[in-house]
Design a protein around this ligand. Structure first.
Ligand SMILES: Nc1ncnc2c1ncn2[C@@H]1O[C@H](COP(=O)(O)OP(=O)(O)OP(=O)(O)O)[C@@H](O)[C@H]1O
Length: 300
């Protein structure tokens, strides 16, 4: 069942159209990514879904509720990761969680959340004294304290070291495995490839691609590129006729072949059949990062 259903969402700020009919849906228990370059419309979209912004046209349903009409009820069911500026430096970690817990009818136990997010030793530490990673974990704990069914995470791991990023990803998976639906706004393709079950790429206020990370990669064109230098004459037409090969090009002595899933097997078998030894063989598998650059024209 779709937990979030967005249809033909449109939003204009003065003369500037930020969203031109955005549609996507998020299923229960998914981690869904929203990607796109600066100004693509991610924040506007998420704010319309959260009920913080009123769309000009289109429809949004979250857990069956209309965020513009049923905003109060909806806010009790969703969690939003805050940005840093929203907490005063003097507030202690434990106080922040107790305060946010007091806003909800059936909050999670703050002490358990602190332990779960590795902040039990920081209960009495003031917000201003936390490291970047600890602040991030506190924001996530605050987003979860109301026991939400849908959580919105924005720039989840910005500023975290590689180890802290991986630890955060693991906690987000645990969140999902506990039945929470997660919407993740991100600029990091490795994060999306690692975490998201599905994602939509926004560009210029439109959804330009959506699917699983693997589908996004496959949809952006040839998946694999092989380059090599043959040490004997090579029949390029016969190479191009192999079923998995999409293109063959020669640049000086180097041959570049692109193609689908089986291209590496077919090209190496072809070379072996002809007894052709190659030098400098390189195989590049298209990543989500490559696909994103192709889809959005290179900006992040
Ligand atoms: N309150 C506003 N008033 C006027 N224009 C706005 C307002 N908020 C956003 N915009 C414009 O709408 C477009 C979409 O902005 P939005 O913040 O939704 O993009 P974004 O994808 O979240 O970008 P970023 O990655 O930079 O956060 C941008 O061109 C932005 O300048």
């Amino acid at each position: 069942m779709a937990v979030i259903e967005v249809r033909d969402l449109a939003k204009t700020y003065g003369a500037h159209t930020a969203l031109h009919g955005v549609s996507f849906s998020v299923e229960r228990g998914e981690i869904f990514g929203l990607l796109g370059p600066n100004g693509a419309g991610k924040t506007t979209t998420v704010e319309c879904v959260e009920g913080l912004r009123r769309p000009d046209a289109g429809s949004v349903r979250v857990l069956g509720l209309d965020p513009t009409r049923d905003g109060r009820r909806l806010r009790g069911l969703i969690g939003v990761q805050l940005q840093e500026a929203h907490l005063p430096d003097a507030l202690r970690v434990g106080e922040a969680l107790e305060l946010y817990a007091s806003f909800y009818p059936a909050p999670r136990d703050p002490a358990r959340l602190l332990a779960q997010w590795g902040l039990q030793d920081k209960r009495r530490t003031r917000f201003g004294k936390l490291s970047g990673g600890q602040k991030q974990r506190l924001f996530i704990a605050l987003a979860l304290v109301g026991d939400p069914r849908v959580v919105f995470l924005d720039e989840l791991t910005t500023g975290l070291d590689p180890q802290a990023r991986r630890a955060t990803w693991e906690l987000v998976r645990q969140m999902r495995d506990g039945g929470v639906t997660v919407v993740l706004v991100s600029h990091f393709m490795d994060e999306v490839a690692e975490l998201c079950d599905r994602a939509a790429i926004l560009d210029g206020g439109r959804v330009v691609a959506q699917g699983t990370p693997a589908e996004l990669v496959a949809g952006a064109g040839a998946r694999t590129t092989l380059t090599f230098r043959p040490t004997a004459p090579l029949d390029l037409d016969a190479l191009a006729a192999l079923p998995a090969v999409a293109s063959v090009a020669r640049d000086g002595e180097t041959v570049e072949v692109t193609g689908g899933d089986r291209v590496t097997d077919q090209v190496t078998a072809f070379l072996a059949r002809g007894g052709i030894v190659v030098a400098n063989l390189r195989i590049h598998e298209r990543s989500l990062d490559d696909a994103y650059v192709t889809i959005t024209g290179g900006t992040k």
